[in-house]
Design a protein around this ligand. Sequence first.
Ligand SMILES: Cc1cc2nc3c(=O)[nH]c(=O)nc-3n(C[C@H](O)[C@H](O)[C@H](O)COP(=O)(O)OP(=O)(O)OC[C@H]3O[C@@H](n4cnc5c(N)ncnc54)[C@H](O)[C@@H]3O)c2cc1C
Length: 705
Amino acid sequence: MKHTFRRLMAVLLGLTLLPGIVAAAETQTVEGKANGMGEVRVELTVEDGRITEARVDVSHETPGFGLDHADEFAQQLLDAQGADIDGVSGCTITTNAVKAAAAQALANAGIAAEEKAMTPGVYVGSAMGAKSEVKVAVQVNEDQTVRVWPLESNDTAVFSRDAVIAVTKAIEDAQSLAVDVYSGATLTSNAAILAVANAIESAGGDPIAWRVAQPKEKTQGENVEVDVLVVGGGTSGLTAAISAKTDSSLGLTDSGLKVLVVERNSFAGGDMNYSGGYVATPSGNPLSAATGVELSPEDVTRDMLALNPAAADFASEELSRKVWSAGPATITGLMNRGFHMSVEDAKVVSLNGHPMTAAFTQDPVTGYRCGDEWWDAMTGAPYEGWTLQHAAEDAGVEIRLNTEATGLVIENNVCLGVNVEDRESYYTITAKKVILATGYAGWDPESVEMFYPELSNVTGANNPGNHSDAQKWMVAMGGETVYYPESNYIVPVYNPVLRDNYEFGWIFQKGHTLWVNSQGSRFFDESAILNMGLTDIGAQLCTLEDGQAWMIFDSNNADCARFADELIGYGVAWSAASVEELAQKTGLPADALKATLDAYNASCESGVDEAFGTPADFMTPVTGETLYAARIVPGFTASVAVTLYCDDDMTITLTKGGQRIENLLGAGGVVGNMVPVAGFGAHVYEALSSGTLAGEIARTAILAQ
Ligand SMILES: Cc1cc2nc3c(=O)[nH]c(=O)nc-3n(C[C@H](O)[C@H](O)[C@H](O)COP(=O)(O)OP(=O)(O)OC[C@H]3O[C@@H](n4cnc5c(N)ncnc54)[C@H](O)[C@@H]3O)c2cc1C
């Protein structure tokens, strides 16, 4: 297809291709869309070839980044009278999406950009991905087609490789940059697209024109009939599928059922790919055998309920007991199927005063395991996501990736199936049992607005495929959700886009730094950081109007300064030779920042902090040659829990103990509040064992029919 569309547009409309834009003479409102972090839309009103109004919808972009600049983008489009805008610095992905969406809107108005011919040759392009530069080689042929080779990416081990390969191949196939991102690896995918765009630009081409999407209509696909359909190929969903396909110990028996998993992302594993890697367990499996700790599922159930007193109103003791009881066989069964848990690292943790076993998941290939001190949420335990996927496939489960469930088919309170969409088509899957395993919180703007408006300043660092869909579907049917704020896990992070939650975490505690809010003022006794958990610091940030704080330090503060360059590289820290320069770079008010620094340094010298009572040994003067400011925002890393109600047989109910939706089961986070958990590794444990239980309930019911 290559440039045919663009050429055709120009020829059909009989346009003279001059530099800039040329238009049909009429008034019209046109829209264009492109992928940024999410979908970006641009609506333009064009009168006699001039853009008279521009509206930019960046509501799916990231807070603190693209999301905040809709009006600025719109004004730039008006000023430029075209798509070629400067954009907003630090928001490259959103800027490029706005340009592409605007170019598409203009094309829809019959306004074509000048086509620029590329000079044949090989060009290398690069762009910053999640953690590293993504590099590609682009060969431009005489006929203006391109071939693309991925050269380098050191982003998250699992996804980056697959994402770069998938995206560069898609670009080559489509001869367009308007390709789908590798769902769940948006940053790496966008970097691959940008890298090719850079190479096209070096070749003399117009990368914006290459990003204009061809209209793509989805078609009706073939409907499918299965025994068990699992919605969500994450931690609990994959385990549920294995259990439905095998037996209650996830063994070698084939139940003979047709089991299908649909997964929205381009990869399976869900939150397990981002998890810290801990798995907790009662006794009765190789992990507890290694620690020698005896703790029965009944004990754990009792303690979990005691640790979550507020959950007594909605949680089910009976279901909790069943889920905790399903765990030992689940862990043993999964380990037999190649799911690697580090028996040698199994350790004793405390559960309500009792010893309990917890272990890390570990990558058997690289030996990587979650660190003893801090871990990297981006590379948490992705190999376990893979292993679960392979274990499910080995058991005979079919997994359809890039396939999103868009709604339930329910008649007379009986679930008959699910409507789904993949990238080409939409169709219906009918099933005897449907297991909803779509996870805990969704961090898409719609979920935040619907379920956690008070957390709108917080950026999610969980699986981006989780949109609280099960919760939304039940609410749409008149159902209720159960919110358990005690389980919110909001921590301070440097970079909501890169989701670097923990990597630099200890600087918070060791650096003894000054923190200021957006007004340039201190707002709490920073030494509290030593005693507060990370979640408490996150809560402090949430009390700020815009949720943003800056950690200020200087080149003499070795604990912090040694990470400064890396943080600057991520675009979340700035260095300066003076307070004024630092204020200018961060957007903090210079006078206020200077006054705060003067007062703080005076307190450091006198050893008395009258403003907040911070002890002298926690105050480090900021007087060095180079000053730094690192931006800190609240980030959500685990299980902010709005979940559904279910009966003790895991059948979803609209309200607590209310109307059942027959044949519709929940597992993992979808019904997480019915089984309260606390402590290291309990969520992964709960997801795995509730999956086994849901699969077993579905299997035995169908086989008994
Ligand atoms: C950063 C981080 C650290 C964590 N650390 C730990 C830890 O150390 N120990 C611990 O116990 N727990 C931890 N957790 C929590 C734990 O990982 C989760 O609670 C658990 O994995 C949730 O499993 P789940 O099956 O409910 O959801 P998920 O594993 O998230 O699976 C849901 C799946 O459904 C898919 N999906 C959603 N909607 C649709 C749809 N409409 N159509 C198709 N597919 C859909 C999603 O893409 C996803 O793959 C952590 C979580 C995070 C984010």
